[in-house]
Ligand binder design. Sequence first.
Ligand SMILES: O=C(O)C1=C[C@@H](OP(=O)(O)O)[C@@H](O)[C@H](O)C1
Ligand SMILES: C=C(OP(=O)(O)O)C(=O)O
Length: 427
Amino acid sequence: MSNWVAPFLDRPVDSVVDLPGSKSITNRALILAALATGPSRITGTLRSRDTDLMLDGLAAIGVGVDCHPDDPTTVDITPRPLHAGSIDCGLAGTVMRFLPAVAALATGDVTFDGDEQARSRPLGTVLDALRALGAEIDGDGLPFTVHGRGGVPGGPVTIDASASSQFVSGLLLSAARFESGISITHSGAPVPSMPHIDMTVEMLEKAGVRVEFDATATRWRVAPTAVTAVDWTVEPDLSNAAAFLAAAPATGGRVSVPRWPATTTQPGSAIVGILERMGASVVHAPDGLLTVRGNGRPRAIEVDLHEVGELTPTVAALCALADGTSVLRGIAHLRGHETDRLSALSTEINRIGGQCRETDDGLVITGREAADLEPALWHSYADHRMATAGALIGLRVDGLTVENVETTAKTLPDFVKMWEAMAGTAS
Ligand SMILES: O=C(O)C1=C[C@@H](OP(=O)(O)O)[C@@H](O)[C@H](O)C1
Ligand SMILES: C=C(OP(=O)(O)O)C(=O)O
């Protein structure tokens, strides 16, 4: 674990940052390819800890995985009969919540474990749902074992998905292969991160699996059907782009990201509107280049991030530098992310002399002038987005040090190199 002194800028940033593929699209594409009726090629695959865990997990239960020798982002997936194996989930929500349903289709025991910190992430809902659908599973959280019987009866199931949209996505992705498909009813507080469920639905439909759902986001239905092989092209990761784009308003500079999709289900796209509300200007050129410019000190914001919780660490870091008091709400479920992000953000912002308080479902942050913040050690909590949030504040606080910066490998192994290149401080 290394401490990294984040680059400090006493001038505006001016950079173009090309982002690798989306974690969420990559891990859905890999599962759909593994369950398809024929081989698929995935281009622009994110190669990071979370996506490599997915590749390894699928390979461990028999899926053919071939990474192109000259370009590891091109991956060929060949579906094969699924067998017993053991799966490391690391700290990846998509692996621990999407693969149990796949494992239930295997013949043999599939064991799951992960990082110590992963054991406290909400998971029981998925395992209970699979049991209700006829799968045999020992355990209520990591570690657990799926006793695969070569198929899942499927049918109706009621779950409370208010802690994570991934509970719904994880069931939907495999449901076409269940004998009776699935009919999910959500009962509980509203499901967070709905764009991620839209992403699941859209990708399933591209693979020939129709998802019926109601407008209240409480019911989803999939009939048993074949999953068609698709050659997927993965969009750049817009959630990872958020911290880089936020560097523009943080420093009064300019950051551009190429290949920004014209339309997308990635919730990361919401960063654009948030940065505009905080005073930045944004231009999306016809060739896909998205440019954010900062105009003076960022303005405080009141915003509900329920749908786009992944953006919270970036937005909170910018709020710590903004003029005025910001209120971020709708994000109680972030307590079950890589770490309790509300507690972690509040602790770290206060540690450097900022002003942040937790509420039941969010944060209240009163921004300070960067010169009034202290270059203390910013703790990462093994959370990639906590580390990038520290880097963002570090652009304005000379000497701020990010602990365990390697944790960014969860979704962006080249983070340090890319951040230093953006700041113009790369050696
Ligand atoms: O399905 C996905 O790919 C994701 C869904 C969201 O999870 P939650 O609904 O648990 O917030 C998001 O935060 C996570 O980073 C990725
Ligand atoms: C919440 C996140 O990840 P996970 O997929 O592990 O839930 C995230 O990347 O912000």
